[in-house]
Ligand binder design. Structure first.
Ligand SMILES: [Zn+2]
Length: 453
């Protein structure tokens, strides 16, 4: 109970709340003027130059038809030319300029427009040093014969491989056509087809609207093995059998989560097991979680990572933090759901043990953490969004939800949490919605941190 009080106190800030955010500290996007609603990518993967090159078509939803401009986020992109599709359906050149380079956020790309074109096309090339892409030489892979490339877009790195509004406040669907050298399979956070050969390029569709940080692409010597009716493992051939065995409980985890929180809404749930240089444990790219090979322990002792990435299919990917200051809505909810999946599939003892470990780690970390960063909602103005990634959003967020569960009882809390996911599905939300939805009527919070500029 003590921690409910602590956590709620941490949420209280003073300025009045306002409506839907129009700006995000970490993006140049003017959300009150225009929002991207669909992205089509046509790209080639070139391992020799370590570049993606081609174009992005951005379909636009205009809020101010006379804005006369489109501001996009980029980082280290070589912008070659820009076209806009006019009312007659003709593509015409549009003028553009790149703003000053900010080491943390890259460069704004301002495109000057006549009227409100339905689409804008940007021809571009990524840099070999793109912050969101890793290019591995063959010797850095397990097979040591073919190169490998993968992306990591969270928090603000999608802009280093696609020019776009790089903020979780904007959701869009996407489709793509990607070519790569023979023998290299390309995968995306979309409808991957295990039978695709790559002749004429790989084609992808992501029909559910996602925020930019869930854009993902990988290419390499990748094989596939089915592990369930709607899931499978992609990885280098030499790791396939071990990975399929280790993660064979994936369908049981999906079913357990559906029982608690409603249907899995993304079609397939596949895993891509990456080479060891993947810098995280896992990344919840929709339909295709990216996973470190270091969790293949041989005894399933580390598969709670899969429970975590799967849980994001509800908390994070379905209901998304509208800016990185509210990341606890992604990670705290996910850590809580992860623990519930672990309890359902692997038993109460395992779940309790993981709770104790997470609480102890949090208490140790809090001793070192600046008091301003101990709040669930942290001000990130002028800061790299990755700086918000302490144990606080994960473990303290989880602790808050567990305290609410204890106070309300599972018979009340479980349906309420399911309703939270249903009511906000495919939306980006802030802590204010959380407070309203769960009845914390007198607590004031927090959106002005995002929008008051
Ligand atoms: Zn997570």
């Amino acid at each position: 109970m003590r921690f409910v009080a602590l956590a709620l106190l941490a949420l209280v800030v003073t300025a009045p709340a306002v409506a839907e955010p129009t700006r995000d500290h970490h993006s140049v996007a003017r959300l009150d003027e225009v929002r991207i609603k669909h992205v089509y990518l046509d790209l080639d993967v070139d391992f020799d130059s370590k570049r993606l090159s081609g174009f992005a078509d951005l379909s636009l939803d205009w809020r101010k038809a006379d804005a006369g401009r489109l501001d996009l986020d980029t980082r280290d992109l070589n912008i070659q030319r820009v076209l806009a599709k006019n009312a007659e359906g003709e593509w015409k050149r549009a003028s553009f300029r790149l703003g000053a380079r900010n080491p943390m956020f890259g460069q704004g790309l301002r495109i000057q427009l006549n009227g409100a074109p339905e689409k804008v096309r940007v021809y571009y090339q990524t840099s070999p040093n793109a912050s969101g892409l890793q290019w591995l030489a063959p010797e850095q892979t397990l097979g040591k014969k073919k190169p490998f490339m993968f992306s990591q877009a969270q928090a603000a790195h999608a802009r280093s491989f696609v020019p776009l509004q790089d903020t979780p406040a904007v959701r869009f669907t996407y489709s793509a056509h990607v070519t790569a050298p023979e023998g290299i399979r390309v995968l995306m956070s979309a409808d991957n087809d295990p039978a695709a050969t790559g002749v004429g390029g790989y084609r992808f569709t992501m029909p559910q609207p996602i925020p930019s940080y869930l854009f993902a692409i990988a290419a390499g010597d990748i094989a596939f093995q089915s592990i369930g009716p709607r899931s499978g493992v992609y990885t280098e051939p030499g790791r396939l059998a071990a990975a399929a065995k280790e993660f064979e409980d994936t369908e049981a985890m999906i079913a357990a989560t559906e029982k608690l929180y409603g249907p899995y809404r993304w079609g397939r749930y596949d895993l891509l097991i990456l080479p060891p240089s993947f810098p995280f444990g896992g990344m919840e790219n929709p339909r295709l979680s990216f996973i470190t090979p270091t969790v293949i322990a041989g005894d399933k002792s580390l598969v709670s990572l899969i429970a975590h990435e799967l849980a994001h299919s509800w908390s994070g990917n379905l209901v998304t933090n509208e800016s990185w200051e509210h990341i606890w809505l992604n990670e705290g909810f996910t850590s809580y759901v992860e623990n519930r999946i672990t309890e359902s599939v692997f038993g109460l003892d395992q779940a309790k043990m993981e709770q104790v470990i997470s609480q102890r780690e949090l208490m140790a970390e809090l001793k070192e953490l600046a008091s301003a960063d101990q709040h669930l909602v942290v001000s990130l103005k002028g800061r790299d969004p990755d700086e918000g990634l302490s144990g606080v959003p994960y473990d303290k967020g989880q602790w808050l939800l567990r305290s609410m569960e204890k106070r309300l009882g599972r018979e009340v809390f479980d349906p309420l949490l399911r309703e939270w996911f249903d009511a906000h599905a495919f939306q980006s939300v802030g802590t204010e919605e959380f407070l309203k939805f769960f009845g914390f009527a007198r607590v004031r919070c927090c959106r002005q941190q995002v929008s008051a500029r």
